[in-house]
Every structure is written in C-alpha cells, then in structure tokens.
Ligand binder design. Structure first.
Ligand SMILES: [Zn+2]
Length: 313
C-alpha cells in the first residue's frame, strides 16, 4: 500500500488536479474549467470528485491535499481572500471545506510560492541552499526561499516584486505608481510596448489585434526584430531588478518561469549581461539566472510538497 498526495492548481480560468506518488511523479491528472461563477459549493465538489475519480486509477490512498491559488490567500486559515480574477470564490475557506468532504488534511497557499517550492525541491533549484523564483506572466511576482524556507514577511505580503520601482519617471502603472518592474516585463506591458513601437503594418498584429505577451515571445523566437528588441529591453530590466535582489538578499540562484519566460534566452541572456553593471562585482559574479524546468507542473509538485509537510507535522 503506497500513500499518495494531491496537488491542485486552482487558477482564474482552469483548475488542474494531479495525484503524486511517493517518487514525486505526477501519475494521473485532470484539468477542468474553474468557472468560479458557479460558486464555492460547486468548486469544492468538482475538486473532490476529480480526486476521487483519479484515485480509482491507482493503488494506495490519498493522504493529504495541497492547493494553490492566485493571491491574496490566508495560508494559516487555508482560505482564499479576494483574488481579483476569481471573484466567485472570495473568502472561501477552501481547506476546511475540502477537508470535511475528503477526510484528509488540506492546505492552501499562494501559487507563486507553491511553484517556487516545486522548482526548489524538484526543478531548476534542486540542490540549492536558497533560491528566488520569479514568475513573469500577466503580472510579475516572486517567491523567496531563504535556507529552504518561504520568506513571507510580517503580513504574508512579501514578494510584490512587480510593483517595485525601476524608473521613477517611467510609465504609469495600474497600481498608481510609475515605472514598476511590471511595466517592463509583464505580458500585457510587452504587448503594449510592441503596439506602441510598431508602425501598424505588421500582419500578425492586424490578424490578432489583441496580441499578448506570449505572442511577443513567439514573434521574437521567429526573429521579428521589434519583438527581439522589446524582449531585450525587458531582459535588461529583469537584470537590474535581479541585481537589486542579489544585493539585498545575498542569494545566488534566480529561477525565472511564467508565460513570458518561455522565450528563454531571448529574455535571460540580456538579464545576465546586465546584472554586473548594477551590483558589486563580488555579488554579481555569483548570480545565476536560470530557466525554470517544470513549467506548470511546478505548481502541482510544490502543492504536493506542502501536502507532505502536513503529514510530517
Ligand atoms: Zn505598479
């Protein structure tokens, strides 16, 4: 009889459930639309039903469940707070509801932190003492793993990296400030910068007026010179930001994931080049900026790791 744990990545549009074996491999998985407008009872039931269905395909039993969601989340109470892109599930005590339904311990945490834990234990950060995980997608966030522990801050608000200022004369950000990291790096901002810079003759943009960050990454991979330049600027901004983090934290390893980071070296190479110009030589020479290794599986594996901690307590 082997014991399994479950990872659940509850996102704004889709939810993924994975059963993870003692060898930390995701053995079976299921994806379904989150449809938060159906309300809390529905999502709890659909997650529980998915776990029960997947469990039938495996020997052994499920012993704990880890869930991650976009923030803000109260990890101590296992409750969602008011994540803007899941309005139908605000203030849902998800851990308690799932625990009642499944009769196993359940924890809930922030998705960037869970993904950071996944990369730290099973991905690009394996074997590191400390690591920072930076997610570059619709927004920009990070998880600090100092000596293997998540650094949460006094109010569990640490990691709002996207809204730290890189240029005080920069573009006006949605948060009210100017020149935030997000205005240089996030998918929507890359798309905005691309649209502003291009002449209006680009056929791809004419076909897809709602071009997003992932498409900019794709265009750059195909050699589109404007997209390459925009990603290079973004990479340099990332390098400056990482240099500041390294000076502050004295952590060497920075793992970058998220939709925009799928373009890999087009973003990371300029970041690496820029770090030494904005840090002490002794600090900058130790910094390593790495591509994530687990893609979206990082979240499920991080949730599984958190679930195993419930059993260890
Ligand atoms: Zn901002």
């Amino acid at each position: 009889m082997v014991d399994w744990v479950v990872g659940v990545d509850l996102g704004g549009t889709k939810t993924e459930v994975g059963l993870i074996g003692p060898d930390n491999q995701i053995r079976v998985r299921q994806r379904f639309p989150t449809e938060d407008r159906l309300g809390p009872v529905s999502i709890v039931e659909r997650i529980a039903a998915s776990i029960e269905k997947l469990q039938q395909q495996l020997p052994g039993r499920v012993t704990a469940v880890g869930v991650c969601t976009p923030g803000p989340v109260d990890h101590l109470q296992g409750q969602l707070l008011d994540p803007p892109n899941i309005p139908g599930l605000h203030h849902l005590p998800l851990a308690a509801r799932l625990q009642e339904r499944l009769r196993v311990p359940v924890c809930v945490d922030h998705d960037a932190k869970a993904t950071g834990l996944g990369e730290f234990h099973y991905g690009a950060g394996r074997g590191e003492q400390s690591m920072v995980y930076i997610i570059v997608g619709t927004g920009v966030g990070l998880a600090i793993l100092a000596d293997g522990q998540i650094y949460r801050g006094q109010h569990n608000a640490a990691g709002e990296f996207g809204h730290t200022t890189l240029d005080r004369w920069g573009e006006r950000c949605s948060c009210g400030s100017r020149g935030c990291v997000e205005t240089f790096l996030s998918g929507p901002w890359l798309a905005r910068r691309y649209a502003a810079a291009q002449s209006g003759e680009n056929p791809v943009l004419e076909m897809n007026p709602g071009v997003d960050g992932q498409q900019i990454a794709l265009l750059a991979q195909q050699g589109d010179p404007l997209a390459v330049r925009i990603l290079e600027d973004a990479g340099e901004a990332l390098g400056i930001a990482v240099a500041s983090l390294a000076m502050l934290l004295d952590i060497d390893c920075y793992v970058v994931g998220g939709a925009v980071a799928r373009c890999g070296e087009l973003l990371l190479a300029p970041a690496r080049r820029t770090v030494p110009h904005h840090s002490f030589r002794s600090v900058g020479s130790r910094v390593r900026i790495l591509q994530n290794q687990l893609d979206t599986d990082g979240a499920l594996l991080g949730c599984a790791w958190l679930a195993r901690q419930l059993l260890a307590d």
